[in-house]
Structures are given as C-alpha cells and as structure tokens.
Design a protein around this ligand. Structure first.
Ligand SMILES: NC(=O)C1=CN([C@@H]2O[C@H](COP(=O)(O)OP(=O)(O)OC[C@H]3O[C@@H](n4cnc5c(N)ncnc54)[C@H](O)[C@@H]3O)[C@@H](O)[C@H]2O)[C@@H](O)CC1
Ligand SMILES: [K+]
Length: 524
C-alpha cells in the first residue's frame, strides 16, 4: 500500500472527478458512512440510545462528519453536532449534507457563544463517543484559538474519539503538531493512509488506524508517482527468495563484520551473530587484535580475525587498512561500524576502506561518525552504501539537530539519500528506508521496548546477513521488517525489559514466520 502526501491525495480526488466522474459528494457519502460504521464498531452492536457528539469544521472533513451524523441518527444514536468555523466557507457537498441533517431535526450548535461552549462541556461528560471532523488534510499552520480550545476540552474529557481522516491538528505530511491535536482512539482514513499517521507525534495521536478506499479507483491508489510505500506483510513476503534445496554455506553469503573495541565487544558479538541468525552462510569478524582472543571465546560459529591497533583495544592505522582490504577479498558483503570507537585514526581507515569496496556494504554507528564532515566521500563510494543511523546519528551526520531532523523526517531522509547517494535506514518509531531515487519505505513493525542498547547492532547484522541471500539493494527492507518482527516476538515475552539479545534470539522465529507466510503454511 502507498502512503500519500496531501498534494497527492488532492490529485487523486481531482482525477477521480475529472477522469472517472466520481464526485466529491459520492466520496464524502462513503467517507461519512464508513465513519458511522467505525463508531458502531467502537461502541458495540447496540448503539441505539447511546450518546455521540459530532464535531464538525467548515472544510470537507466537517462534511464527512455531517454525513456520519445522518447515518448515526438513523442507527438510533442520541446525537448532538457542534459546529466550529465559518459556514460561508462550506463546499457545495458540505453545505448540502449540513442542510440534510438540519432537516432531519438533528441538534446542531454553533460554537460561537459561552452558552454553547457550556452546553458542549456538559454534553461531552455524558457522551459515549466523539466524532472528530474538525480538521482534516486541509489543516496547516498554527491552530486558531477557538479550535485549540475545542481540542483541549475534548482531550481533557478522556472520551473515545473517532477521528475522521486524521486527528485534528496533526499535519498530514509530517505528523507534526504545532500546539495540540486530538487524541483519537480510532482514526479512519480515506483512499490511502497519510505520512502523519506513521510519524510521531501524529502516530501516537492516531490510535488504531483504519484505511477505507471509499470507492476510489485502484489505478489512482496504486499510482507509481506516489513514492512512499508501506512495508507491510504482503510486500515483505515478496522480498526474500526461498532457500534453494541445493544451497551450501558459500552460496548464502560469507559476511565480513568489522566491529568492536575494548569495552564494546558486545556490539561486535550482536552484529556478527545476527548475520548468522538471519541465514548468512559464514561470518568473519574483524576486531582489534587485543580483544580477538576474548571474541574467540565469546562466539562459537563466528570466525575471528585480529586487526592491528592504533591505540589499546582500538583498530586503526595503515596496517589495519591493509588487513581489512585483504580480508574483504572473497567476502560477499561487509558491515563496518558497531562498537569501533571514534578515534580519527579509526575513522580514516573506515573512510578509505568504504571507498575501496566494490561489494554491498553497511555503515553503522561509529562508521557513520567517521563520515562527519566527509559527506562527499560517501557520495563518491564505488558501491552505494547502506547507512543505518538512529535519528541522533542522522542529525550528526547531516550537521543538524535532532529536532530539525524530526520536524520533517520524510523530507530529510529523502533529501539525504539523494545527496549522499546512499540507502538510508533511519531508525525511529516508524523506521524509514530511503533510496536515492526518491522511494521511501515505512515500517510499523517493532515496538518501544527496542529502544535499548545493542538493537541497532542486531539490525545492522541482520541487513548485512541478508545481502547475499537476495537482491542486495532490497536487503535493508527485508532486514528492517524481520528485525522489527523479531522485536515484536521478543516483546511478547520481555515487554519494556527487552534487551538486544532477546531480539537476536527471535530472528530465526521471525524468519520462520515469513517463510510460513510465503509458503502459505499455518502461521503460529
Ligand atoms: N474529494 C475530497 O476532497 C474528499 C475529501 N474528504 C475529506 O476532506 C478533507 C479535506 O477537506 P478540506 O481540504 O476542505 O480541508 P479540511 O476540512 O481538512 O480543513 C479545512 C478547514 O480547516 C480550517 N483550517 C485550516 N487551517 C487551520 C488552522 N490553522 N486553524 C484552524 N482552522 C484551520 C479552514 O479554515 C477550513 O475550514 C479530508 O481530510 C477528508 O476528511 C472526504 O470527504 C473524501 C473526499
Ligand atoms: K479530523
């Protein structure tokens, strides 16, 4: 499924009317009807006699709310509509639907006097649910004062809110909130989900997201010019080919992991084991020579190779580079970075090694730090690098603050992927995988418990471990999906106390889960 920006959704609506003869009135009818059904689903089957407050603004989001009110009234719900805005701005479809509910005798109050605000406060206390049709995708800028007051009032009541299209006050293109926004229990969106449903704070305000096509032609919803794609189960199932019967350890990929320093052996362990656990045939782990023996003891299936040091327990210097170049011969994919340390002598080796590589490789953690102030070198790499930064690392790499990066994360990663000619895996509540051609994949797998040391090392190892098993450019997608799935499986036991080793341990089960989906076998 694609994820749309506001302009793209407007374009779909326009084409629906001009090319397919589908009027706004028809789409609004479907949107409002489905909203009423979503309220019924929330309240349970016996809605007759239940009390619902419908909040309507003067845009088409309000028009959807008037339609929903008509259907809810027909279902026997006790209903009050509170209107905020300027009725002279109604579109013809919104005006017509407002007139219809008025003629049906549904109570409509305009929030223009203290008395109506008082009435709303009392009605909200008694309400079983609230329908939020105040602002949809047409909202921009700072909330106007009366709307801000309304949203604060509703949020303060703690009622179950069904938001139409998007929680009022959330910017649909970014998920940003300027002051406040409605806290929804359920959001019912139309045509395609919007970017703001997936990125925080919008994602946290959306509640359960339902997507309804409201009858829009599939051709419009699958328009290739929409470059945001949801990495859902259906898409993930197509990525990783089944393991051939005559496979051998050489054909599944021999991976080189360049990682670790004194005090950071865990990162090297987690990344190298993750590559094996996701199905790579062999893993060679290159670590600073003084910790090599320790790593030998720590790992069983991983082969350990010592690399010359520039400081105690830290790899670096010309000899280290020579060793890495030699080690990369015959390997299928390379991961550089977890726990390497941030000495300049190490960074120099990382940059020179990356520039030399002509095979798929991942740069993570300290290898990303090595490129601070050297962005042009990234763009000049012979092989397109895969970068796996968390938002702090991404901000550091781009010389921005985390707040600036978060402000419009989609735009930021999309531009960075093009500028750095790299695949960027931006780890967040919704990990984004951005390609230099402008395509960005969103994943909702994973959970807040995974915000813990070492999970990034597991992800980097997962991605590199997949690179020889599939088209290497798609490995970040399969890797992010399987790592998120493993995290969800681990969270079902460990919850917020989850640690990176739990995720590592669940990688094979995530893989089994994916295989069952691919082969149609029962999923447990
Ligand atoms: N064909 C279509 O265009 C369809 C649109 N639909 C609905 O239409 C919505 C989009 O409708 P509109 O483009 O009319 O926009 P909205 O209804 O989202 O919002 C426009 C209204 O918001 C007010 N507003 C904007 N910024 C504000 C601010 N900072 N503070 C306070 N008020 C502000 C404007 O004054 C205007 O009244 C969608 O979200 C969806 O709910 C659905 O009916 C399905 C079909
Ligand atoms: K809304």
């Amino acid at each position: 499924m694609r994820i749309s920006l506001v302009e793209e959704m407007r374009d779909i609506d326009k084409k629906a009317a001009e090319t397919y003869g589908l009027s706004t009135a028809v789409l609004m009818e479907n949107a409002g009807h489905r909203t009423a059904e979503a309220v019924v689903e929330l309240l349970g089957t016996t809605v007759a006699g239940k009390s619902v407050i419908v909040l309507a603004g003067s845009g088409n989001n309000g028009g959807d709310a008037f339609v929903a009110a008509r259907h809810l009234s027909n279902f026997g719900v006790r209903l009050k509509i509170f209107f905020i805005g300027d009725a002279t701005h109604f579109s013809p479809a919104t005006a017509a639907n407002c007139e219809t509910v008025k003629k049906m005798g549904v109570e409509i109050h305009e929030l223009s006097s203290d008395r109506t605000w008082d009435r709303l406060t009392v009605s909200l206390r008694l309400a079983d649910a609230v329908v939020d049709g105040v602002l949809g995708t047409g909202f921009s800028g700072e909330l106007r004062k009366p709307v801000l007051r309304l949203i604060e009032l509703v949020n303060g009541m703690g009622k179950s809110v069904v938001s139409i299209d998007i929680p009022s006050g959330v910017a649909a293109d970014t998920g940003a909130v300027s002051t406040v926004a409605m806290q929804a229990a359920v959001t019912l969106t139309f045509g395609l989900p919007k970017v703001g449903h997936f990125l925080c704070p919008g994602a946290a305000l959306t509640g359960k997201l339902l997507v309804d096509d409201i009858g829009l032609p599939l051709q419009l919803l699958e328009e290739k010019s929409i470059r945001q794609v949801l990495l859902d189960d259906a898409l993930a199932t197509t990525l990783l080919p089944l393991r051939p019967l005559d496979v051998h350890k050489g054909s599944c990929g021999h991976v080189l992991v360049v990682a670790g320093s004194r005090g950071m052996t865990g990162a090297a362990y987690l990344a190298s084991l993750a590559a094996l656990r996701i199905g790579a045939g062999m893993v060679t782990l290159a670590v600073p020579e003084s910790i090599a023996e320790l790593m030998e003891m720590k790992t069983t299936e991983v082969m350990t190779v010592p690399v010359p040091e520039c400081a105690p327990g830290v790899m670096g210097g010309d000899e280290a580079l020579a060793r890495l170049l030699e080690l990369s011969e015959g390997k299928d994919a390379v991961l550089i970075g977890p726990g390497l340390g941030r000495l300049e002598a190490t960074g120099e080796v990382v940059r020179k090694f990356a520039a030399y590589l002509e095979k798929p490789f991942v740069l993570d953690a300290d290898a990303l730090f090595a490129f601070h102030g050297h962005l042009k070198e990234l763009a000049r790499c012979k092989q397109m690098p895969v970068l796996t930064p968390h938002l702090g690392e991404l901000a550091g790499l781009l010389g921005e603050t985390v707040e600036a990066v978060r402000q419009d994360l989609l735009k930021c990663v999309r531009e960075a992927a093009a500028r750095l000619q790299s695949v960027i895996v931006a780890k967040s509540e919704c990990t984004l995988v951005a390609y230099p051609n402008g395509e960005v994949f969103f994943t909702t797998k994973g959970n807040p418990g995974m915000a813990t040391a070492g999970c990034g090392d597991v992800l980097a190892g997962t991605v590199v471990g997949l690179m020889q098993q599939m088209e290497s450019a798609l490995a970040p997608l399969a890797g992010v999906y399987l790592h998120g799935l493993a995290g969800d499986l681990a969270a079902s036991h460990s919850g917020d106390g989850l640690i990176a080793s739990d995720v590592l341990a669940q990688l094979p089960r995530a893989l089994v889960n994916l295989r069952r989906r691919q082969t149609g076998a029962d999923i447990k």
